[in-house]
Write a protein that binds this ligand. Structure first.
Ligand SMILES: Cc1cc2nc3c(=O)[nH]c(=O)nc-3n(C[C@H](O)[C@H](O)[C@H](O)COP(=O)(O)OP(=O)(O)OC[C@H]3O[C@@H](n4cnc5c(N)ncnc54)[C@H](O)[C@@H]3O)c2cc1C
Length: 285
């Protein structure tokens, strides 16, 4: 099917985008890998699109001393290279590699994925686990929302219709942080049935910081705070990992009905994948 008729604006500057969105019914066209599909199915019928692909600087990644700044047009593919140093770069590479397949990764964007908020998408869970800051720019100026408050349900966020998701800010992970990412999916290009990611910092043999995220374990991305709490202050040994995995399954996951698995099986799978992600981090596999 072809999309319903729509108007099209090619923005040249951030101000063009904000002006176009001011009517509250215009949709941003970023990579188009979700939006165009929905328009073809006519599950979304925007009156007008504002195309941000021509805005200079929107595709930039900037490295501040403690923060990685990601512009609204940075493609998934950008994170597959070694553009981002350190443990955050390693985690981004592992995650990016699991998003769809190369042609989609060449077009789709991190910001578009956060704005779309698919419960089985990888970037939202990474943003939640790392407590990313999300900058939204609208007619009244900019505001910053933490990832934990940004995702409000399946395909729902705190972004207002007249706001551009202008920047994603990810905290850099301290040197020595170990990372892991494990995903279960039906085919190499499918959305995740479930995934878990972990970033763990150990000092003097004890865990001093932990970020654990779950993909498709609830109606929105999950920061697994119970799993994190089970790790803090302990050696990253098999016992601590097993306890964190149980906490993730029991307290952090909130799975809903799925065609392929009942709730008990999904919780079991959360425990298994969390354990594997943490073990991968510890062993550097
Ligand atoms: C076959 C297939 C498999 C896929 N598999 C995966 C997968 O495994 N994992 C995964 O995470 N994703 C997957 N995707 C989705 C893909 O990653 C998309 O690229 C992503 O969800 C949206 O990014 P986009 O840049 O293409 O956004 P678009 O499709 O352009 O936009 C998506 C939505 O977000 C809005 N939007 C986009 N950018 C902004 C912005 N800066 N500010 C405000 N609103 C904005 C748009 O208006 C629209 O509502 C898959 C897609 C396909 C077609």
């Amino acid at each position: 099917m072809k999309p319903a008729q729509f108007d099209y604006v090619a923005a040249q500057s951030p101000d063009d985008v904000v002006a176009a969105l001011a009517d509250g019914t215009t949709h941003v066209l970023a990579g188009g890998q979700s939006l165009v599909l929905e328009m073809n199915f006519r599950s979304v019928r925007p009156r007008r699109l504002v195309d941000i692909n021509g805005v200079a600087g929107f595709g930039d990644i900037a490295l501040d001393p403690a923060v990685l700044r990601v512009g609204p047009l940075v493609r998934h593919r950008a994170f597959e290279s070694d553009a981002v140093p350190g443990p955050l770069g390693v985690l981004l590479r592992r995650v990016a590699h699991h998003i769809a397949h190369p042609p989609i990764r060449a077009r789709g964007t991190m910001a578009g994925s956060l704005a779309y908020a698919h419960p089985a998408a990888e970037w939202p869970a990474l943003a939640a686990a790392l407590d990313a800051e999300i900058e939204l720019r609208g007619p009244g100026g900019s505001r910053v929302v933490r990832a934990g408050e940004f995702f409000t349900g399946p395909f729902r966020t705190a972004r207002r219709p007249d706001e551009l998701l202008a920047e994603v800010r990810l905290p850099l992970l301290p040197a020595g942080t170990a990372v892991g990412f494990v995903e279960h999916r039906r085919t190499r290009a499918s959305f995740a049935q479930l995934a878990a990611l972990a970033a763990v910092t150990v000092a003097d043999g004890r865990v001093v910081a932990a970020s654990v995220g779950l993909v498709n374990a609830a109606d929105r991305p999950v920061r697994a705070t119970a799993a994190e709490a089970a790790l803090i202050g302990r050696a990253l040994d098999d016992d601590a990992i097993a306890e964190a995995a149980r906490a993730a399954a029991r307290d952090d996951a909130d799975p809903g009905p799925q065609p392929y698995a009942d709730i008990a099986y999904q919780r079991h799978a959360v425990a298994v994948l969390t354990r594997r992600a943490l073990t991968q981090a510890r062993d550097g596999a």
